[in-house]
Write a protein that binds this ligand. Structure first.
Ligand code: ADP
Length: 613
């Protein structure tokens, strides 16, 4: 080696990550082997792909393989690959800074979570840096594939403050990583120990993996196998390999067909929502193969956007090998694959939901945004996706979920509409006046709590020919067989009361009228059919959009004592009547989530008390 060495300090985030990795009590130290094998495999895959387009390579005769050695005298573990390697700039960029999303996610999760840090390492994986869990120091020798980018380099670090890069002539193409193990981790310098880690995991590495000169894997394309030949453990290991995951998948779908397409697919749903900690959408996670040869790694357009959380492989023998990434999305065949697999996946999820409700509900609690996104954006699969929606309703206990099919099954045959309400929580919906008309008539009402639900339900519009209708709409006709008991105000008094109130409220209401909806409440604010519902207004306001004032319809309950007394008060105590009217209106807006200004309310209530006493 030359004496020329340059020292660098770690980027602050790397420093932070390393502190955590080195000091963590994470027990599963094995993962560092997987992480390094994974990186080596990625570097070989990049090399394989470059070979399709480039002609000039450094060390062009080298096979695409991974070689590991253990040395229990020197207490080292070494892994070498003949992949693309790194130039000096790339080393600094790739392993001196945090570029990779797993580590970023990890750090974010660390800063936001109360969870014990050690669990989080297992959940995200920290890539290359995981070597520092067991290392005294780590050396990365590298020579890039680029013939001109010439340097033979050695990167060294103890993982504490920074690293050095020096020239180290005589390297082969790719990377060789030497982990000098801490005394207490000498087990990783033993052949049998590494072999047992590699046993299951490395069988899915699509390149030869050798340990101390002996081949340890046979390359397996699990997705081409018969289901009966693959054990649950194999599936899980394969998932961990392709998804860079450390936990088990929630669901898997292994599917093959010969006609009309020759296709084999193996896709997994992860346990955790990959976007939970991120602000933007993740990249798609399903790769396209043709007879075991990778055509495109996680291409966009292979599956619908909303399925970007899936991990796995789709292999079709019908694909032309030379299909380019650019033309892929336009290919009629890829579109066929897209439709077929999406349909199949939806069916398999429906099956999962039937066979284990609790498990499905847990999945739903984490992944519902994807399903809703699908309903809103993907017209072709809207109906199938609708079956996967879950929610609470007036017929479920708090915390228990049901679906639209269940709703339909429970509804009376002549019920033409599906009723729902959007509100911030079950409690606030139940406290409002909207449900009573439906409860009195034995009609189930769905509760939606998410701000995007309004958008989703509007996109869906119908399920099994029945319209989805928000119960705060004015245009609902309920059957009158269930007209509430009690004597109502007569026609003439009703009309004059409505006129007086309309006079007082003026432009703030579209209409004031008597109605048959209410049972226990005196009044309700309804959204006119051309109006904007409260939830949507709130969303638009959050986005700083000018939403103006909603003119609601104020519907009164002609059987309610307060309404009857108010009618009488308009002639006997007009001043009090006005105060009470204003208060009833504000109460109705409050229940609708439409009350913008509440500061007058307290004073008004005191005025009412004053007059009443
Ligand atoms: P990730 O592999 O998830 O991107 P890592 O922290 O493990 O994150 O690695 C960071 C980067 O270092 C990789 O993205 C890759 O560019 C580079 N790298 C790591 N190992 C190798 C290797 N064996 N050959 C070439 N590049 C590598």
């Amino acid at each position: 080696m030359s004496d020329q060495s340059t020292s660098y300090a770690f980027q602050a985030e790397v420093q932070q990550l390393l502190d955590i990795v080195i000091n963590s009590l994470y027990t599963d130290k094995d993962i560092f082997v997987r992480e390094l094998v994974s990186n080596a495999s990625d570097a070989l895959e990049k090399m394989r792909r470059l070979q399709l387009t480039e002609k000039n390579f450094f060390d062009s005769d080298l096979p695409l393989e991974i070689n590991m050695t253990t040395d229990d005298k020197a207490n080292t573990f070494t892994i070498a690959d003949y992949g693309i390697g790194m130039t000096r700039d790339e080393i600094v960029q790739n392993i001196g800074t945090i570029a990779h999303s797993g580590s970023k996610q990890f750090l974010r999760a660390m800063s936001e979570s109360e969870q014990k840090e050690s669990n989080l390492i297992g959940q995200f994986g920290v890539g290359f840096y995981s070597a520092f869990m067991v290392a005294e120091d780590v050396k990365v020798y590298s020579r890039s594939w680029q013939p001109e980018a010439g340097e033979h380099l050695c990167w060294t670090s103890d993982g504490k403050t920074g690293y050095e890069i020096e020239e180290a002539p005589g390297q082969r193409r790719g990377c060789k990583i030497v982990v000098q193990l801490k005394k207490e981790f000498e087990e990783f310098a033993k052949d049998y120990r590494i072999k047992s880690i590699l046993e299951t995991y490395s069988s899915f590495v699509p390149f030869p993996v050798n340990l101390n000169g002996e081949r340890v894997n046979k390359i397996e394309a699990v997705w081409l196998k018969n289901k009966s030949e693959v054990s649950d453990e194999d599936y899980t290991e394969f998932y961990k390999f392709i998804a860079h995951a450390h936990d088990e998948p929630a669901f898997r779908m292994h599917f093959s067909a010969d006609a009309p397409l020759s296709i084999n697919a193996l896709v997994f749903t992860p346990k955790e929502n990959p976007e939970k900690m991120l602000s933007g959408p993740v990249d798609p996670g399903v790769s396209l193969y043709c007879k075991k040869v990778l055509i495109a790694e996680q291409p966009k357009g292979l599956l619908p956007e909303w399925l970007r959380f899936l991990k796995g492989v789709i292999d079709s023998a019908d694909l032309p090998l030379n299909i380019s990434r650019e033309s892929m999305q336009d290919s009629a065949l890829v579109q066929k694959i897209n439709r077929l697999i999406t349909k199949r996946f939806l069916k398999s999820l429906e099956g999962e939901a039937k066979s284990d409700e609790a498990k499905y509900d847990e999945f739903y609690s984490k992944f519902n945004r994807f399903i809703k996104e699908g309903i809103a954006m993907d017209f072709d699969h809207r109906d199938a996706l609708a079956k996967l929606l879950r929610f609470e309703s007036t017929f479920t206990e708090p915390g228990k979920l049901t679906g639209l099919q269940g709703y339909i099954d429970r509804a009376k045959d002549d019920q033409k509409q599906i009723y729902y309400i959007i509100g911030p929580s079950r409690e606030s919906i139940e406290a409002g006046p909207y449900l009573e008309a439906f409860t009195a008539r034995g009609l189930e009402v769905i509760f939606f709590y998410d701000a995007i639900d309004d958008y989703v339900v509007n996109a869906l519009a119908k399920f099994e020919e029945k319209d989805l209708v928000s119960i705060d709409r004015d245009d609902i006709s309920l059957d009158d067989a269930a007209t509430p008991e009690g004597e109502a105000l007569d026609e003439a008094t009703s009309t004059s009361l409505c006129d007086s109130i309309k006079n007082q409220l003026g432009d703030r209401v579209k209409e004031v009228r008597m109605g048959e909806r209410l049972v226990d409440s005196p009044a309700i604010a309804l959204t006119p059919d051309d109006g904007m519902n409260a939830q949507v207004r709130q969303m638009m306001k959050q986005m700083n959009q000018d939403v103006g004032v909603t003119k609601v319809i104020l519907e009164l309950n002609p059987r309610h004592e307060v309404v009857k007394k108010l009618a009488a008060a308009y002639s006997a105590k007009p001043e009090l009547a006005e105060l009470v009217t204003a208060q009833i209106f504000d109460n109705a807006l409050l229940s609708a989530g439409l009350l913008e200004e509440s500061k007058d309310m307290v004073k008004r209530v005191y005025d009412i008390i004053d007059q009443a006493l």
